[in-house]
Design a protein around this ligand. Sequence first.
Ligand SMILES: NC(=O)c1ccc[n+]([C@@H]2O[C@H](COP(=O)([O-])OP(=O)(O)OC[C@H]3O[C@@H](n4cnc5c(N)ncnc54)[C@H](O)[C@@H]3O)[C@@H](O)[C@H]2O)c1
Length: 326
Amino acid sequence: MKKILVTGGAGYIGSNTAHLLVRRGFDVMVVDDLSRGHAHNVAGIPFRRLNLSESGALADVLAREKADAVIHFAAYIAVGESTQNPELYFSNNVGGTISLLAAMAQAKVKRLVFSSTAAVYGMPKIVPIPEESPFAPVNPYGETKVMIETMLGWLDQYSGLRSIALRYFNACGSDPESDLGEEHDPETHLIPLLLKAIVTGNPITLFGDDYDTPDGTCIRDYIHVMDLAAAHVLAVENLLAGGASDAFNVGTGTGHSVLQVVRAVEEVTGNKVPYTIGPRRPGDPPSLVANSEKLKRTLGWKPKFPDLTDIVKTAWQFEQKRSATS
Ligand SMILES: NC(=O)c1ccc[n+]([C@@H]2O[C@H](COP(=O)([O-])OP(=O)(O)OC[C@H]3O[C@@H](n4cnc5c(N)ncnc54)[C@H](O)[C@@H]3O)[C@@H](O)[C@H]2O)c1
């Protein structure tokens, strides 16, 4: 049985992936410092509370567990926070990854799947965005991911580290078969914020309705968390089978405007979303939609939740479970 160390596995995407890996027959160990994650997300999975900066302790865990590969989710993820405190993002995301890479080198672990992001493309000229689009991040968060992808390229060449970077678009939804869901604090993502506005009655501010898009609001590619998790399983299997380093977009290939998401949330919940329109948020590209053909073609990935309404239904199920227990 192959052993996978999952960093950031107490967070949203990491925990869904860790549980899917277990269901697919992998031996899994999670490390997370719980700075932004939740202990309840790793119930039933071997877990060690560690910060990525603890390189020696990470190397000990990797060696003792005889890890075959690492899937690396641990990072801070809020674009706005990264503009207010870039040092924190370079230190945690880039510094933390350097520490992890040193630990992997020490423990001789040569396979890594890395959580990258559409934010590496900045304001892309071609949409849907192919992987060949140039790196052009417009915020420190995106830059941290570019720096890491760049390091991974050099380590492939000179250290024999084989890695796959998965550039996700907007992760959302929840696994209908588990109690896991999106619980960022503070939450910055659209679907949970719309659901919260319905539950609390407090209006949400939508950032700008004067973009050059059909209804004036930003268009994004909403990808279900279980489709993301499945992409990680395929990526790690590919590396373990001797696959080469690569990078893939992970999105549905369909864009939805903010107002289309509002409508989907209203349809699913049967409630009106209270909202106001605010100014544009600096650095928000009008449209980010993935071209994920390479992932489909190369790794045989196929999204199970291509429909936005289905995605919102799963997010709403989780929100209702959460409201009932809190
Ligand atoms: N959520 C999205 O839409 C999205 C989109 C693109 C990329 N990503 C990337 O996916 C990854 C996971 O995102 P998420 O939404 O699950 O975020 P999350 O905040 O829910 O999970 C991140 C986890 O990493 C942990 N962590 C952070 N820094 C750490 C450190 N130094 N040491 C140990 N643990 C640490 C946190 O405690 C948390 O549990 C991130 O790398 C993020 O950049 C997310």
